[in-house]
Design a protein around this ligand. Sequence first.
Ligand code: HPA
Length: 234
Amino acid sequence: MTPHINAQTGDFAETVLMPGDPLRAKYIAETYLENVREVTNVRNVLGFTGEYKGKPLSVMAHGMGMPSISIYAHELINFYGVKQLIRVGSCGGVDEELKLRDLIVATSASTNSAMIRDRFAGYDYAAAPDFELLKACSEAAKELDLSPRFGNILSGDLFYGSNPALLPAMQKMGVLAVEMEAAALFAIAAEFRVKALCVLTVSDHLITAEETSSEERQTSFNQMMELALETAYA
Ligand code: HPA
Protein backbone atom coordinates (compact mmCIF):
# COMPACT_ATOMS: atom_id res chain seq x y z
CA MET A 1 0.00 0.00 0.00
CA THR A 2 1.08 3.56 -0.65
CA PRO A 3 -0.28 6.84 0.73
CA HIS A 4 -2.70 7.10 -2.21
CA ILE A 5 -3.26 3.53 -3.43
CA ASN A 6 -4.58 0.74 -1.19
CA ALA A 7 -3.95 -2.15 -3.60
CA GLN A 8 -1.70 -5.07 -2.70
CA THR A 9 1.58 -5.80 -4.48
CA GLY A 10 0.77 -7.62 -7.71
CA ASP A 11 -2.74 -6.16 -7.97
CA PHE A 12 -1.89 -4.05 -11.03
CA ALA A 13 -1.12 -5.30 -14.53
CA GLU A 14 2.03 -3.97 -16.21
CA THR A 15 -0.13 -1.75 -18.42
CA VAL A 16 -2.52 0.80 -16.93
CA LEU A 17 -4.97 2.95 -18.88
CA MET A 18 -5.53 6.25 -17.09
CA PRO A 19 -8.55 8.53 -17.55
CA GLY A 20 -8.88 11.60 -15.33
CA ASP A 21 -12.27 10.69 -13.90
CA PRO A 22 -12.71 7.76 -11.46
CA LEU A 23 -16.15 6.95 -12.85
CA ARG A 24 -14.63 6.82 -16.33
CA ALA A 25 -12.16 4.27 -14.99
CA LYS A 26 -15.10 2.23 -13.67
CA TYR A 27 -16.94 2.55 -16.99
CA ILE A 28 -13.86 1.44 -18.96
CA ALA A 29 -13.30 -1.53 -16.65
CA GLU A 30 -16.93 -2.63 -16.81
CA THR A 31 -17.31 -2.06 -20.54
CA TYR A 32 -14.06 -3.36 -21.98
CA LEU A 33 -12.43 -5.71 -19.48
CA GLU A 34 -13.26 -9.23 -18.34
CA ASN A 35 -12.79 -10.77 -14.89
CA VAL A 36 -12.59 -7.28 -13.39
CA ARG A 37 -11.97 -6.45 -9.75
CA GLU A 38 -11.57 -3.14 -7.96
CA VAL A 39 -8.02 -2.90 -6.59
CA THR A 40 -7.90 0.59 -5.08
CA ASN A 41 -10.32 3.26 -3.91
CA VAL A 42 -8.41 5.76 -1.75
CA ARG A 43 -10.19 9.15 -2.07
CA ASN A 44 -12.53 7.42 -4.53
CA VAL A 45 -9.75 7.47 -7.11
CA LEU A 46 -10.75 4.06 -8.39
CA GLY A 47 -8.49 1.45 -9.96
CA PHE A 48 -9.43 -1.87 -11.52
CA THR A 49 -7.63 -4.88 -12.92
CA GLY A 50 -9.05 -7.34 -15.43
CA GLU A 51 -8.25 -8.78 -18.83
CA TYR A 52 -8.50 -7.43 -22.35
CA LYS A 53 -8.60 -10.25 -24.92
CA GLY A 54 -7.11 -12.54 -22.28
CA LYS A 55 -4.23 -10.21 -21.42
CA PRO A 56 -3.99 -8.56 -17.95
CA LEU A 57 -4.81 -4.87 -18.01
CA SER A 58 -5.52 -2.26 -15.35
CA VAL A 59 -7.34 1.03 -15.45
CA MET A 60 -6.97 3.73 -12.83
CA ALA A 61 -8.02 7.37 -12.64
CA HIS A 62 -5.33 10.04 -12.35
CA GLY A 63 -7.42 13.03 -11.27
CA MET A 64 -6.95 16.51 -12.72
CA GLY A 65 -3.69 18.31 -13.33
CA MET A 66 -0.01 17.51 -13.20
CA PRO A 67 0.38 17.30 -9.40
CA SER A 68 -2.37 14.69 -9.27
CA ILE A 69 -1.16 12.49 -12.15
CA SER A 70 2.40 12.76 -10.79
CA ILE A 71 1.39 11.15 -7.51
CA TYR A 72 -0.48 8.23 -9.08
CA ALA A 73 2.04 7.60 -11.86
CA HIS A 74 4.94 7.70 -9.39
CA GLU A 75 3.31 5.20 -7.05
CA LEU A 76 2.14 2.87 -9.84
CA ILE A 77 5.63 2.77 -11.33
CA ASN A 78 7.70 2.60 -8.18
CA PHE A 79 5.51 0.51 -5.86
CA TYR A 80 3.40 -1.61 -8.20
CA GLY A 81 5.85 -2.32 -11.03
CA VAL A 82 3.75 -0.70 -13.74
CA LYS A 83 5.64 -0.49 -17.05
CA GLN A 84 3.21 1.17 -19.47
CA LEU A 85 0.90 4.09 -18.66
CA ILE A 86 -1.55 5.27 -21.27
CA ARG A 87 -3.52 8.43 -20.52
CA VAL A 88 -6.93 8.60 -22.20
CA GLY A 89 -8.43 12.04 -21.85
CA SER A 90 -10.02 15.09 -23.36
CA CYS A 91 -8.44 18.28 -24.61
CA GLY A 92 -9.27 21.74 -25.89
CA GLY A 93 -8.51 22.19 -29.59
CA VAL A 94 -6.09 24.92 -30.65
CA ASP A 95 -5.31 24.01 -34.27
CA GLU A 96 -8.01 25.52 -36.50
CA GLU A 97 -8.30 22.40 -38.64
CA LEU A 98 -9.28 20.29 -35.64
CA LYS A 99 -12.91 19.45 -35.19
CA LEU A 100 -14.68 18.47 -32.02
CA ARG A 101 -14.36 14.74 -31.32
CA ASP A 102 -11.17 14.42 -33.38
CA LEU A 103 -8.57 12.09 -31.92
CA ILE A 104 -5.11 13.32 -31.01
CA VAL A 105 -2.03 11.32 -30.10
CA ALA A 106 0.65 13.44 -28.43
CA THR A 107 4.11 13.07 -29.94
CA SER A 108 5.43 15.59 -27.38
CA ALA A 109 4.03 17.84 -24.68
CA SER A 110 4.99 21.45 -24.06
CA THR A 111 4.09 22.98 -20.72
CA ASN A 112 3.81 26.24 -18.82
CA SER A 113 4.33 24.34 -15.58
CA ALA A 114 7.55 24.54 -13.58
CA MET A 115 7.26 20.86 -12.64
CA ILE A 116 9.24 19.46 -15.52
CA ARG A 117 12.05 21.95 -15.04
CA ASP A 118 12.17 20.89 -11.41
CA ARG A 119 13.15 17.42 -12.59
CA PHE A 120 15.70 18.79 -15.05
CA ALA A 121 17.97 21.20 -13.16
CA GLY A 122 15.92 24.19 -14.29
CA TYR A 123 16.28 23.54 -18.03
CA ASP A 124 13.57 22.78 -20.63
CA TYR A 125 13.09 19.01 -20.86
CA ALA A 126 11.42 17.74 -24.07
CA ALA A 127 8.60 15.64 -22.61
CA ALA A 128 7.66 12.94 -25.11
CA PRO A 129 5.90 9.57 -25.17
CA ASP A 130 7.58 6.23 -25.77
CA PHE A 131 8.39 5.56 -29.41
CA GLU A 132 7.33 1.88 -29.34
CA LEU A 133 3.94 2.80 -27.90
CA LEU A 134 3.59 5.59 -30.44
CA LYS A 135 4.36 3.16 -33.25
CA ALA A 136 1.93 0.57 -31.88
CA CYS A 137 -0.71 3.29 -31.64
CA SER A 138 -0.14 4.40 -35.21
CA GLU A 139 -0.49 0.79 -36.39
CA ALA A 140 -3.60 0.22 -34.25
CA ALA A 141 -5.16 3.38 -35.72
CA LYS A 142 -4.68 2.01 -39.25
CA GLU A 143 -6.21 -1.35 -38.27
CA LEU A 144 -9.20 0.42 -36.73
CA ASP A 145 -9.53 2.81 -39.69
CA LEU A 146 -9.07 5.82 -37.40
CA SER A 147 -7.10 8.92 -38.37
CA PRO A 148 -5.79 10.62 -35.23
CA ARG A 149 -3.69 13.77 -35.50
CA PHE A 150 -0.18 13.19 -34.19
CA GLY A 151 1.64 16.21 -32.79
CA ASN A 152 2.67 18.53 -30.00
CA ILE A 153 0.19 19.38 -27.28
CA LEU A 154 0.45 21.67 -24.26
CA SER A 155 -0.08 20.52 -20.69
CA GLY A 156 -1.26 23.61 -18.85
CA ASP A 157 -1.45 24.35 -15.16
CA LEU A 158 -4.52 26.57 -15.43
CA PHE A 159 -7.89 25.53 -16.82
CA TYR A 160 -9.24 29.03 -16.08
CA GLY A 161 -7.33 32.24 -16.56
CA SER A 162 -4.23 31.23 -18.52
CA ASN A 163 -1.88 33.98 -19.65
CA PRO A 164 -3.60 35.52 -22.75
CA ALA A 165 -0.28 35.41 -24.62
CA LEU A 166 -0.25 31.61 -24.43
CA LEU A 167 -2.90 30.95 -27.08
CA PRO A 168 -1.17 32.96 -29.86
CA ALA A 169 2.13 31.37 -28.87
CA MET A 170 0.60 27.89 -29.23
CA GLN A 171 -0.86 28.83 -32.61
CA LYS A 172 2.49 30.20 -33.77
CA MET A 173 4.33 27.04 -32.73
CA GLY A 174 1.80 24.57 -34.13
CA VAL A 175 0.54 23.19 -30.83
CA LEU A 176 -2.55 21.10 -31.58
CA ALA A 177 -4.41 21.16 -28.30
CA VAL A 178 -4.27 21.82 -24.59
CA GLU A 179 -4.83 19.46 -21.67
CA MET A 180 -3.42 19.25 -18.15
CA GLU A 181 -1.39 16.06 -17.54
CA ALA A 182 0.68 14.61 -20.38
CA ALA A 183 3.97 16.49 -19.86
CA ALA A 184 4.21 15.34 -16.25
CA LEU A 185 3.36 11.76 -17.20
CA PHE A 186 5.99 11.69 -19.96
CA ALA A 187 8.66 13.15 -17.68
CA ILE A 188 8.01 10.67 -14.87
CA ALA A 189 7.99 7.75 -17.30
CA ALA A 190 11.31 8.91 -18.73
CA GLU A 191 12.89 9.31 -15.30
CA PHE A 192 11.91 5.80 -14.23
CA ARG A 193 12.50 4.18 -17.66
CA VAL A 194 8.95 3.05 -18.32
CA LYS A 195 6.66 3.74 -21.29
CA ALA A 196 3.95 6.37 -21.53
CA LEU A 197 1.48 7.53 -24.16
CA CYS A 198 -1.37 10.04 -24.27
CA VAL A 199 -4.45 9.69 -26.47
CA LEU A 200 -7.03 12.48 -26.45
CA THR A 201 -10.36 13.50 -27.91
CA VAL A 202 -11.16 17.12 -28.62
CA SER A 203 -13.98 18.02 -26.21
CA ASP A 204 -14.01 21.78 -26.80
CA HIS A 205 -12.24 24.24 -29.07
CA LEU A 206 -10.41 27.31 -27.83
CA ILE A 207 -10.82 29.19 -31.12
CA THR A 208 -14.23 28.13 -32.38
CA ALA A 209 -15.67 27.85 -28.81
CA GLU A 210 -17.70 24.80 -29.85
CA GLU A 211 -18.52 22.23 -27.22
CA THR A 212 -19.61 18.62 -27.56
CA SER A 213 -22.80 17.16 -26.20
CA SER A 214 -22.42 14.34 -23.70
CA GLU A 215 -23.70 11.86 -26.32
CA GLU A 216 -21.09 12.97 -28.88
CA ARG A 217 -18.42 12.75 -26.25
CA GLN A 218 -19.38 9.14 -25.61
CA THR A 219 -18.95 8.11 -29.27
CA SER A 220 -15.55 9.70 -29.63
CA PHE A 221 -14.62 8.35 -26.21
CA ASN A 222 -15.37 4.82 -27.41
CA GLN A 223 -13.09 5.29 -30.46
CA MET A 224 -10.31 6.61 -28.25
CA MET A 225 -10.73 3.63 -25.93
CA GLU A 226 -10.53 1.13 -28.78
CA LEU A 227 -7.36 2.83 -29.97
CA ALA A 228 -5.81 2.79 -26.50
CA LEU A 229 -6.84 -0.82 -25.82
CA GLU A 230 -5.47 -2.08 -29.14
CA THR A 231 -2.25 -0.13 -28.53
CA ALA A 232 -1.95 -1.74 -25.10
CA TYR A 233 -2.67 -5.17 -26.55
CA ALA A 234 -0.03 -4.91 -29.32
N1 HPA B 1 -7.94 23.34 -21.26
C1 HPA B 1 -7.31 22.46 -20.50
N2 HPA B 1 -7.65 21.20 -20.41
C2 HPA B 1 -8.69 20.79 -21.11
C3 HPA B 1 -9.39 21.64 -21.93
C4 HPA B 1 -9.00 22.98 -22.01
O1 HPA B 1 -9.60 23.79 -22.71
N3 HPA B 1 -10.39 20.94 -22.50
C5 HPA B 1 -10.30 19.67 -22.05
N4 HPA B 1 -9.27 19.57 -21.20
